[in-house]
Design a protein around this ligand. Structure first.
Ligand code: PLP
Length: 452
């Protein structure tokens, strides 16, 4: 920090404050974690200065032998850890990994057959008419994914993301009674809609998904099964999700982030079956530029950590702690979506406290509990104010929290929510954002959290 501070003291100060803030609060954001010092240090070095467009052994720049070493190692670790035939570790983020996957699926399913039909090997060999036909075919595809309010992600075909502009999207939700995924309904929609991509995976669904069933549905309608395991990759790596619940053997293409439950550097990866490998490896130059070699090196380190037996213990604890947290909340009268959890996520419905998700998120933050507001299924308050709060166990489990600690965390959350009341706007209208947290609760909660 001294070296950084000598150049730009504001940045050194912000880094110091970030560390202090993270230490002084309970980090319960489901998509966050604490990477190890080895992972963090691997990101800050001379690999950052190197250009390496291309793939291992096939680069558009000279002098890439050391990048080749780390990229190959990261891919080999990923293949072994997840039992995947192929791994592409260049995507800079989860969104980039999904973008690579979308284009790879379009190339494998639409472009290649269209080229063959036109007697061409490459798009440059196409006549103007063939090219127009291909563009139309590429731009006329469908995706069936989980709806946002049921826990799906923006990249699963929603308008604000390019996936919603590339694909015609229809979504499946969850059962209104149980809050659980209804596979018969997914199959019905798939038969009716006939998607090119059946997308599975989520950001806020607190249950396991049966990927073997999803594959059966995909096969029945000729869809490619793509699974975005960004959130739960750590539970797959740590063997909490096995057999039908491990997406990698069932999906044609699996994407992930590396920084959430997997506890690596901020980045993405694509794992796939052999028939998609060539198209996936064309991620650069299709949608990526030069890879972040320093981050690929850090992915290799994180994946080596995830291969250790201690990571399986960690992943098991992440899931057990989520159960303890959910039970701790429910026994104190809080509504938990689906009445429990089978992964690292607990989704609270805070409407019984008479507040919105936004008010709950802000009051909890005042008390040093960092969460994020999240829509619940069929949320009357929409995606901005919401009626829910999403809580995750990966980060505090990395800090060594156990089941009893999470029961105490549940108690602290309930204390804060019970002490939060909505207030009116300046004009006197009811507000979905303004709130009052009773005097003394924030300080008392922070002090209690510091003891954990
Ligand atoms: N996919 C899922 C399921 C996610 O939850 C997220 C991020 O929260 C992403 C993709 C995007 O990851 P990134 O923020 O690294 O682009």
């Amino acid at each position: 920090l001294e070296v950084i501070g000598a150049v730009e003291p504001t940045v050194a100060g912000a880094i110091r404050s970030e560390l202090a803030d993270q230490r002084a609060s309970l980090k319960l954001i489901a998509s966050e974690n604490y990477a190890s010092p080895a992972v963090l240090l691997t990101m800050g070095n001379w690999f950052s200065d190197k250009y390496a467009e291309g793939t291992v052994g096939h680069r558009f720049y000279a002098g890439c032998q050391n990048v080749d070493t780390v990229e190959k190692l990261a891919a080999d670790h990923a293949k072994e850890l997840f039992g995947a035939p192929h791994a592409y570790v260049q995507p800079h983020s989860g969104i980039d990994a999904n973008l690579v996957a979308f284009w790879a699926i379009l190339a494998q399913r639409i472009e290649s057959p269209a080229l063959a039909e036109a007697g061409a090997k490459h798009v440059n060999d196409l006549s103007d008419q063939d090219w127009a036909n291909l563009r139309k075919a590429l731009g006329d595809q469908k995706m069936l994914g989980m709806s946002l309010d049921a826990g799906g992600h923006l990249t699963h075909g929603f308008r604000p993301n390019i996936s919603g502009k590339m694909f015609h999207q229809t979504s499946y939700g969850t059962d209104p009674e149980t809050g659980l995924l209804d596979y018969d309904e997914v199959a019905r929609l798939a038969r009716e809609f006939k998607p090119l991509i059946l997308m599975a995976g989520y950001s806020a669904y607190p249950r396991k998904v049966n990927f073997a069933k999803m594959r059966e549905i995909a096969d029945e309608v000729g869809a490619t099964l793509m699974v975005d395991m960004a959130h739960f990759a750590g539970l797959v790596a740590g063997k909490v999700f096995t057999d039908d619940f491990n997406p990698v053997p069932h999906a044609h293409v699996t994407t992930t982030t590396t920084h959430k439950s997997l506890r690596g550097p901020r980045g993405g990866m694509v794992l796939c079956q052999p028939e998609y490998a060539d198209a996936v490896d064309r991620g650069c130059p299709m949608v990526l530029g030069g890879p972040l070699s320093h981050v690929m090196a850090a992915k290799a380190v994180a994946l080596a950590e995830a291969k250790l037996p201690s990571f399986q213990t960690y992943a098991g604890n992440v899931a057990d702690n989520a159960v303890s947290l959910a039970e701790g909340l429910m026994k104190r009268g809080t509504k938990v979506v689906t009445d429990g959890t089978e992964n690292h996520i607990v989704l609270l419905d805070v409407s019984s406290y008479g507040i919105t998700g936004r008010q709950a998120e802000s009051a909890l933050l005042d008390a040093g509990i960092v969460t994020n507001r999240n829509a619940v299924p069929r949320d009357p308050n929409g995606a901005w104010y919401t009626s829910g709060v999403r809580i995750g166990t990966p980060a505090l489990t990395s800090r060594g929290f156990g089941a009893d600690d999470f029961d105490r965390v549940a108690e602290l959350i309930v204390d804060v929510l019970s002490a939060t009341t909505p207030t009116n706007t300046a004009a006197g209208a009811p507000s979905k954002a303004k709130y009052v947290l009773a005097d003394g609760v924030a300080g008392k909660t922070r002090a209690a959290a510091a003891e954990l």
